[in-house]
Design a binder for this molecule. Structure first.
Ligand SMILES: *Cc1c(COP(=O)(O)O)cnc(C)c1O
Length: 392
């Protein structure tokens, strides 16, 4: 076995795609430490910086009194009281009747999509949807049709061209995880209503990020009440771990009975759920956090563009800087690391060949001076490596 696996790994290495984990010691929401050096973190999904907010940390610490683990699945003995409260609060935040928490966002997508799309049903999925949506489609027994990225006309054509006796589920990221662009949910909902299809939106990068008060993609477009399935995570803006589905009570009852990733996995620890509750509460009482996040995103995006880098336009804290070749993106990320800045290099197969990029994210925890310094450093380093906006 070892020889076969080593051979497969060698192939991955040859393609420059070999990966390993890097362990950091978090210092605060915007900095990590490694080997005695402090780095500025520009690659986290901790958009509101709430992982280190005292009220959130205190809530988790207090809930440790209930034990460090839940000891059972939700349907056996693991459904502690923090869950009922969080699900009520998430439903209210999303303007829905009910919500259901899963152990991760990945499990929420995989569980919900595979439960909703039975043999007679069909899923219509954006070509750039997150891997957890793709895996949900693979596990679903219904057929999947992939439509062109953010193209409601292509979606409509594909809905028109297929006949389906059962449910038709359209699923899209609200904010796309790699490019940070926003799905045209208003157009998608119009198409869905025309064809009697359901809409599911993945708000992993939208909850706490876009829409008034950070309520997400439906709120951004004023579509509250018209989205059948709103998925979100507790792992990004909400500073903990887990995912959730919000929707009608009947949808939630159905998922409790059919979503296998919900049924067959041990419930989250009380401290995790309590942290998510406290983070949601912070978001609700301090919507200015979302304003700060958006201002930071605007500031860094503009500084990088003015420095001559090929920054894709947008309005989310996910800022892609186009580089081109995979080797150049890797080299730039490594140089920036030696300058004390952590950013992600995104390469094929995650993105098409020739469109490798840095994926830079900002949070509300960053301060202006640091972002200004980082922008100057990124621009200077890119120029030194011969990477400019014009080439791309
Ligand atoms: C991160 C992410 C998920 C998965 O959420 P986890 O809580 O990390 O499992 C799902 N969808 C999108 C778009 C994401 O970015």
């Amino acid at each position: 076995m070892s020889a076969i696996l080593a051979e497969r790994l060698a192939l991955i290495s040859q393609q420059g795609l070999y990966r390993r984990t890097i362990d950091y010691e978090p210092v605060d929401a915007a900095h990590v430490q490694k080997d005695g050096r402090i780095y500025l973190m520009l690659a986290t999904n901790n958009y509101l910086g709430l992982t280190h907010q005292p009220a959130v940390q205190q809530a988790a610490a207090t809930a440790l009194a209930f034990g460090t683990g839940s000891g059972g699945s939700r349907l056996t003995t693991g459904s502690h009281l923090e869950y009922a409260a969080l699900e009520r609060e998430l439903a209210a935040f999303k303007g829905c009747e009910a919500a259901l928490v899963f152990n991760t966002g990945y499990m929420a997508n995989v569980g919900a999509i595979s439960a909703l799309a039975g043999p007679d049903d069909m899923v219509f999925s954006d070509e750039l949807n997150h891997a957890s949506i793709i895996d949900g489609c693979r596990l679903a027994r219904g057929r999947t049709v992939v439509y062109r990225h953010n193209d409601a006309a292509d979606l409509a054509a594909k809905l028109a061209a297929t006949d389906c006796a059962g449910l038709r589920l359209i699923v899209t990221d609200g904010v796309f995880s790699m490019d940070g662009d926003i799905a045209p949910l208003d157009d998608i909902v119009a198409v869905a209503e025309r064809y009697g299809a359901m809409v599911m939106v993945d708000d992993a990068h939208a909850t706490g990020v876009i829409g008034p008060g950070g309520h997400g993609t439906a709120a951004y477009f004023g579509l509250q009440g018209r989205i059948d399935v709103q998925m979100g995570t507790l792992s990004k803006s909400l500073a903990a771990e887990g995912g959730f589905i919000a929707g009608s009570q009947v949808l939630i009852n159905y998922l409790v009975n059919t979503a296998r990733s919900f049924i067959f996995s041990t419930a989250l620890a009380p401290a995790t759920v309590a942290a998510a509750r406290a983070a949601l509460e912070e978001l609700i009482v301090r919507p200015s956090l979302v304003d700060k996040l958006q201002e930071n995103a605007r500031f860094l995006r503009q500084a990088l563009a003015e420095g001559g880098l090929a920054v894709s336009p947008g309005e989310t804290p996910i800022i892609p800087v186009m580089v081109g070749e995979a080797a150049a993106a890797t080299a730039l990320a490594e140089e920036l690391r030696s300058e004390g800045i952590i950013v992600s290099a995104i390469r094929p197969p995650t993105v098409p060949p020739g469109s490798s990029r840095l994926r830079i994210t900002v949070s509300a925890a960053h301060c202006r001076e640091e972002l200004a310094g980082a922008a100057e450093c990124i621009v200077r380093t890119a120029k030194r490596l011969g990477i400019t906006g014009e080439e791309n």
